[in-house]
Design a protein around this ligand. Structure first.
Ligand SMILES: [Zn+2]
Length: 57
């Protein structure tokens, strides 16, 4: 069992649901909520590679 990790994940999930804003720059414009990313289009483009998304073009 790993209770510490479970609590940490649970807390993060709640914070993300409350925030409704980009977790990198804090903007609410162009927010992508798909896949529970909660980041804006601009940051998605910048962080896509780091987050494990491959560029399509
Ligand atoms: Zn952003």
């Amino acid at each position: 069992m790993n209770e510490t990790k479970l609590k940490s994940l649970s807390k993060t999930d709640k914070e993300l649901k409350r925030a409704r804003k980009c977790k990198f720059c804090g903007t609410q414009r162009g927010l992508i909520r798909k896949y529970n990313l909660y980041i804006c289009r601009r940051c998605f483009k910048d962080y896509a590679t780091e987050l494990g998304f491959k560029k399509l073009d």
